[in-house]
Design a protein around this ligand. Structure first.
Ligand SMILES: *[C@@H]1O[C@H](CO)[C@@H](O)[C@H](O)[C@H]1NC(C)=O
Ligand SMILES: *[C@@H]1O[C@H](CO)[C@@H](O)[C@H](O)[C@H]1NC(C)=O
Ligand SMILES: *[C@@H]1O[C@H](CO)[C@@H](O)[C@H](O)[C@H]1NC(C)=O
Length: 467
């Protein structure tokens, strides 16, 4: 009984520390009660010197957590199992990889959330089952795939719980989902930050083009179709058929733009499929580069609790309000976003940038542009002129994607990582890199010296033969 209580507390503590869901009032009270209970329990354990009992308790809890996990452990039999049908969301991982470890709690929550659906959640240890890894062409760890009997799709977004679940739910449905009731359209608006919608009869060239684009872009976005009666209650339509993109704005207003494109539908969807000002991470930046626009990054630093210092927040909000106001002007050529971890921006710029900062990346050539002045001193008008000058290509470009630049970037990333490690833990860094290095130099030294010695002997041999 007591064990169960504490285990419950333990697991929930984990969940809330991840910040996955806000606490309701009732749960808060319950947690406070539990905290008191646990403190009391600790006091008793300590007093009676029952440390070992406490230890057993912790072990029991971890067991409890593992056994209650909904993640299925898959083996090389999986290639047979997938043919039996059904939908699978599978994580391909290696026990030694750090990103995989970070994904683990997220994955447990994903499995829990999808438990009642028709999607089964599993994982494959690729070091034990390399045949599976090669069958699914897994190139890096972790790789997340949605697997149907005959086809699989790789997840490319940011590896957070919401995005992974959205991806799985989307892939389990048809490419274009039919909206049949007006209130379900309201629900969709509340649930999704961004989606595309076709309005009209499901026939004719526009429908075919839309369906085709949805089929290709299903891993990346939501596509719906609705009749005129239902759509009318939400948007103004003057001509049918039509395709809309819906984007949520932070203030809660919505923004819809209408388009009657045909052959350029794919291009248009590709350009529109990101929010106006999304958060950009290493996970989704490659996706965003596909838009072929200039990527404007507002660089700030988040702490572990995802909080941003006030002066950086102010700068970010200033840029955001500018781009929202001038959306029509920039939208076609610029994709905006903000970066919460300076490492990503530093790696693009190949220098340690001051914060906050403004960085613009050309998505075709990978050149980057930086303002000449200190970004924090820039007014909205100055930023406006800066962006105009980028567009008419009158600002200097740096970097790029040439071999020399790529080599330098690798060097820069390695050296900053090393410097960070040194700052964090000098002793460990010395042990980690110092020891192998001294071994290596010792080995090299002995190899070279051995060669020199051998060479001298050979020479002597030659001399002897000559004589
Ligand atoms: C597609 O676009 C072209 C030019 O943009 C136009 O001439 C043509 O009529 C359009 N086709 C349809 C089916 O809308
Ligand atoms: C990137 O740079 C190339 C070459 O300078 C240019 O043609 C292109 O318009 C630029 N912009 C984008 C968004 O690719
Ligand atoms: C580029 O844009 C800037 C800012 O609007 C403007 O001052 C400049 O004259 C433009 N240059 C060209 C070559 O169009």
């Amino acid at each position: 009984m007591a064990t169960d209580f504490i285990c419950y507390f333990w697991q929930h503590l984990h969940k809330y520390r991840l910040g996955s869901s806000p606490l309701s009032g009732e749960k808060k009270k319950f947690l406070i009660f539990l905290k008191i209970y646990v403190v009391w329990w600790f006091a008793i354990c300590a007093k009676m010197n029952f440390y070992y009992y406490y230890f057993v308790l912790v072990i029991l809890c971890s067991f409890n957590a593992v056994s209650s996990s909904r993640v299925l452990e898959l083996s090389d039999k999986f290639s047979e199992i997938r043919k039996e049908g059904g939908y699978w969301l599978v994580k391909f991982y290696a026990p030694w990889c750090g990103h995989c470890k970070r994904l683990e709690p997220v994955w447990a929550h994903v499995a829990q959330a999808l438990y009642k659906t028709n999607i089964r959640v599993g994982r494959v240890d690729c070091t034990r089952f390399p045949s599976i890894a090669s069958e699914f062409e897994v190139a890096g760890y972790p790789t997340i795939k949605f697997i149907k009997p005959d086809i699989d799709h790789t997840f490319h977004g940011d590896r957070n719980k919401e995005d992974i679940i959205n991806f799985a739910v989307r892939m389990a449905g048809p490419p274009v989902q039919q909206v049949t009731r007006s209130d379900s359209l309201t629900n969709i608006k509340n649930m999704n930050q961004l989606f595309f919608m076709y309005v009209g009869n499901q026939e004719g060239p526009l429908w075919e083009i839309f369906y085709d684009a949805a089929l290709k872009l299903q891993p990346h976005g939501f596509f719906y179709s609705a009749s005129e009666e239902i759509a009318k209650q939400h948007v103004d339509i003057d001509e049918l058929p039509a395709v809309f993109v819906y984007k949520e704005i932070n203030s809660g207003n919505s923004e819809e733009s209408e388009d009657h494109l045909n052959s350029s539908m794919y291009k248009w969807i590709n350009e529109e499929r990101f929010e106006t000002f999304p958060k950009i991470t290493r996970g989704n930046i490659n996706e965003i580069l596909q838009t072929n626009k200039y990527i404007v990054l507002v660089v700030v630093e988040e702490n572990k609790l995802q909080q941003i210092p006030a002066e950086m927040l102010e700068f970010r909000d200033m840029v955001e309000s500018l781009i929202r106001k001038k959306r029509d002007k920039y939208h076609k050529h610029f994709q905006f976003g903000w970066v919460g971890s300076p490492e990503l921006a530093n790696s693009i710029a190949m220098q340690v940038l001051p914060l906050p900062y403004l960085l613009v990346l050309n998505s075709t050539t990978y050149h980057h542009h930086v303002p000449e002045d200190d970004p924090t001193e820039m007014t909205k008008d100055a930023i406006d002129v800066f962006l105009e000058r980028i567009h008419n290509q009158t600002v200097p470009a740096y970097g790029g994607n040439g071999i020399a630049v790529r080599l330098y970037r690798t060097y820069f990333e390695a050296s900053t990582t090393l410097a960070d490690m040194w700052r964090g833990n000098p002793v460990l860094t010395t042990v980690l890199f110092g020891l192998p290095l001294s071994f290596l130099s010792f080995i090299l030294y002995s190899i070279c010296c051995a060669n020199i010695l051998d060479a001298e002997e050979e020479e002597e041999d030659l001399h002897e033969k000559k004589e």
